[in-house]
Ligand binder design. Sequence first.
Ligand SMILES: [Zn+2]
Length: 457
Amino acid sequence: MTIYEADWVCPISSYPIRNGKLAVDNGKIVPLPLGEGGRAREARARQGEALIKGAPGEGRNLVTFPGCAIIPGFVNAHSHLELTILRGFLEDLSFTDWVPKLTRTKYQHLTRDELLASASLGCVEMIRAGVTCLGEVMDLGTAWQAMRQFGLQGIAYQEVFGPAESQADEAIADLQKKIDAYRPAQTDTLRLGVSPHAPYTVSPKLFQAVNRFAEQESLRMTTHIAESEDEGMFVRWSAGVFAKRWAERGIALVPAGCSPLAYLNGLGLLRPEMLLVHAINLEDTDFDLLRSKQPALVHCPKSNAKLAHGVARMPEIRDTGITIGLGTDSVASNNVVDMFEEMRAAIFQQRARTKQLDAINAESAFRMATLGGAECLGLSKLLGSLDPGKRADFVVIDLTDPAVQPVYDPITAMVYSASRHNVRATFIGGREMRVDSKDLIEECAAIAERLMGLHKK
Ligand SMILES: [Zn+2]
């Protein structure tokens, strides 16, 4: 058993503990042994008495992190590791140009090995940023390989595309093949899911077929929804840029005459196993749908803002009682994987929009970035907070940085002042992850060099 102690232990499921300890055995968090703690220690700390220190008990190691806080590993509930190589490649394009350029580059200019290097670089970035669990949306499956190699937990949702109804059967056969191939490597906390991409790339028939497939195979689902106004026009009126592209390809269009969320509901996809991504453009009646169907939602405030999509109505969404997590989305639309920045963006955007202080507060943002994300992925019984029985996926945050000092309250100090640069160590399953990324960085730089010519096209 190893006992980790720090100035603060923040379980997230309960209040931060001053001079706290975390006991880890066999990759799991275990109750503190007698004499080490729990309530008695908390009481001592509150009364300002000195903490009893000394040699650890028999068979126990003691690791101390002075000036640090121990928090659960962040759950980044929406990412696309495979797109890491496209950071900075699609800057300031309109969304309707961003999507096809991304797709074209992925399929026509990158090999599978290059996409594996891209996903691997993404994994290194996540670990260094204190992320231990992902809601990963992958297309070519290299993310599944990279997540396993780097020890990241979470759900890897296999993406599905197919705007023409005639593509649906083939898309499902292909999906079945991929899921069958990946499934043997599943664990309790690294699982597969499925992701019909979005209404403007997936036919209604395919949406329903993927939904049936997910139910049959007991797989969770995620989909991008209500992200852009172009998508809204496409769904309601079969109008706008996306509709034009379908028409050019000779694909039949049938206006749904409703909001994207109502459209998903009409297809039977709104249920608790569905994780919605974005949900920016919601209509008033959509909130009733959220309330009654209880899908989960991952909020991506920085990506939403960078792509000029707007600000999701988070307090109203929260009031429907649905589960909410926080995600960075890909670095092709965010650039910086930093869950501290993401928490700040979530809070500041809502306060700016609503002029209400309690729109989102620091505690609820921190919960969204950890336990809330775990709930979104259906993994909260096994990870997401520092409770005995859960996986020892935790992160040590250095609070001695002058930019973070002084610390009156660890949660508000971290949410409002810290950054990924304050991540001192990331533990996954009780093991500190130390990754040497030199070769990987060189490999990715060489790929980028090759893509350079396409950059401005
Ligand atoms: Zn996405």
